[in-house]
Write a protein that binds this ligand. Structure first.
Ligand code: 13P
Length: 252
């Protein structure tokens, strides 16, 4: 059975005390409301990571980073390595978010190197893919997502690939309030699972967790998660409010 997961991506929000307060509240919630077989991941800014990963102790709850460098260590001013992330106690890292692809020019090749480095250091990778609006409107969205996965993720051997989660985030749905329809999400998730099957076989495809991200909130989560190939969500804005975030987990 593949894992059902809700991951919060805090992006560049919350000062340290605010982040600790939110993580503490979420931890308390899932200490008294068990997640059972589900998982919840809080992807915080680097600054918060060490404290947040240490305070999370509810079963099924873990911390993650939102990015890592592709090098092991050295003279890369301002950067953070996968080994450093791992040393905080965090277990996960987001790679290939569309904001990093577009604002920081991260290429498929760079993302492949980051993915490899993250796995080498024992982190689980949440690998993001997704098309921009113009690509969907011109009908090349499957091609775009296929390329992102081929180049950034499918270079992995099967054993390594199995440590990854895929997140489909249509860029036109991120932070816009416009979510993909349940049918659009299911169609792309099925396409992604079929690609995984072609590359790694049926068993691996069935085991791969594929999250949906993009304006997912408590009010639309249930209909998105009801799709057979949608295994949870990667949540931006709505992950910053405890009640809203916990209700999304409840919808799962
Ligand atoms: P929003 O939920 O704010 O649309 O962001 C989605 C996202 O980018 C999560 O990584």
């Amino acid at each position: 059975m593949r894992k059902k997961i809700v991951a919060g991506n805090w992006k560049m929000n919350l000062e340290l005390n605010e982040g600790i307060a939110l993580a503490t509240e979420i931890n308390q919630h899932f200490s008294t409301t068990p997640l059972n077989a589900k998982e919840v991941i809080l992807c915080t800014p680097f600054i918060h990571l060490s404290m947040v990963s240490k305070l999370l102790d509810a079963p099924g709850l873990s911390a993650g980073a939102q990015n890592c460098n592709d090098h092991r260590s050295g003279a890369y001013t301002g950067e953070v390595s996968a080994a450093m992330i791992k040393s905080t106690g965090a277990a996960n890292v987001i790679i290939g978010h569309s904001e990093r692809r577009s604002y920081y020019g991260e290429s498929d090749e760079l993302l492949a190197a980051k993915t490899t480095e993250a796995l080498h250091n024992g982190l689980r990778v949440i690998f993001c893919c997704g098309e921009v609006l113009a690509e969907r409107e011109s009908g090349i969205h499957f091609e775009v997502v296929g390329r992102q996965l081929e180049k950034g993720l499918f270079m992995l051997a099967e054993g390594e690939f199995k440590k990854c989660i895929i997140a489909y985030e249509p860029v036109w749905a991120i932070g816009t309030g416009v979510t993909a329809s349940p049918a659009q999400a299911q169609e792309m998730h099925r396409f992604i699972r079929d690609l995984v099957e072609k590359r790694y076989g049926k068993a691996a495809a069935e085991e791969t967790t594929i999250l949906y991200g993009g304006s997912c909130k408590a009010s639309n989560a249930a209909e998105l998660f009801a799709n057979p190939d949608v295994d949870g969500g990667l949540i931006g804005g709505a992950s910053l409010v405890k009640e809203e975030f916990c209700n999304i987990v409840k919808a799962l």
